[in-house]
Design a protein around this ligand. Structure first.
Ligand code: ZN
Length: 259
């Protein structure tokens, strides 16, 4: 009997510590920030209350390991949240995703020349890019393009999402438009087939996907993803096969999310 009592005295606290659910250590997002998400991020607006809390945690987690800097411009709280939203939207349905290939996001005050990073001279038509070489683990975004991507609800463009989709694509080592980290092997061939077919349609002027998507497979994947997240119903209607595969890759039916 004494042995049993001793056993219970020892085992109950051990069991309690093993079984006690782990409390979330993260603090809630400040109300001023949740208000900004509510006002400026349509993807967030359409989430359930529970999913909005998850989105907030993912955004805060992202901003805990990625710094957002302004280059000749001031970064607002909203800018930081728009960068975080661009990062969270494509991975929203993956648990514990961490962008291992990113530490810093630089916001430029305007579009820039991808060769010399100038915003005042050269071929200043770049809105965003994922760094390589000395710029490894960095991303550059045009601040006006970042903001515009969330502002205009009628178009299919979102520069922030575009660049983060490049990062996801790069996760397997190559930026080739085939997100091996997201898409099961069995879907790779159908994805390649539909991608190539649609690029041919874009080149003929028969597609409503931005012509920049015809540059190569990587750009196609990034451009189509902007469209998938921003105008899901239209994308599903015009490109049902692509929509279905992207739904599998991102783990979300974006169209069903909207009211
Ligand atoms: Zn691109």
């Amino acid at each position: 009997m004494q042995g049993l009592i001793l056993f219970l005295i020892l085992i109950i606290p051990i069991g309690y510590f093993i079984l006690r659910p782990r409390k979330s250590v993260s603090a809630p997002m400040p109300a001023t920030d949740t208000q900004l998400l509510q006002e400026h991020v349509p993807f967030y607006q359409y989430l359930s209350k529970e999913d909005q809390l998850i989105f907030q945690q993912k955004a805060m987690d992202f901003l805990s390991y990625v710094r957002v800097h302004g280059v000749n411009t001031t970064v607002s709280e909203l800018d930081k949240l728009l960068v975080a939203s661009s990062a969270v939207i494509p991975i929203f349905h993956f648990n514990n995703w961490h962008y291992h290939n990113l530490t810093d996001v630089l916001l430029y005050k305007d579009s820039f020349d991808a060769d010399n990073f100038s915003t005042v001279e050269g071929n200043r038509n770049t809105l965003g890019m994922v760094g390589s070489g000395a710029m490894q683990r960095m991303m550059i975004l045009s601040q006006p393009a970042l903001r515009e991507g969330f502002k205009n609800e009628k178009d299919k463009n979102n520069t922030g999402i575009h660049e983060f989709v490049h990062l996801l694509d790069k996760e397997d080592g190559v930026t080739d438009g085939i997100p091996d980290a997201l898409l099961d092997k069995q879907y790779t061939l159908p994805w390649l087939k539909f991608m190539s077919e649609e690029i041919a349609e874009i080149k003929k002027g028969h597609s409503d996907i931005n012509i920049y998507g015809a540059t190569n497979h990587a750009e196609f994947f990034a451009v189509a993803s902007e469209y998938f997240f921003k105008q899901p119903a239209q994308f599903k209607e015009h490109h049902p096969e692509l929509y279905e595969l992207m739904e599998k890759a991102f783990g979300i039916a974006t169209e069903a999310q909207r009211p």
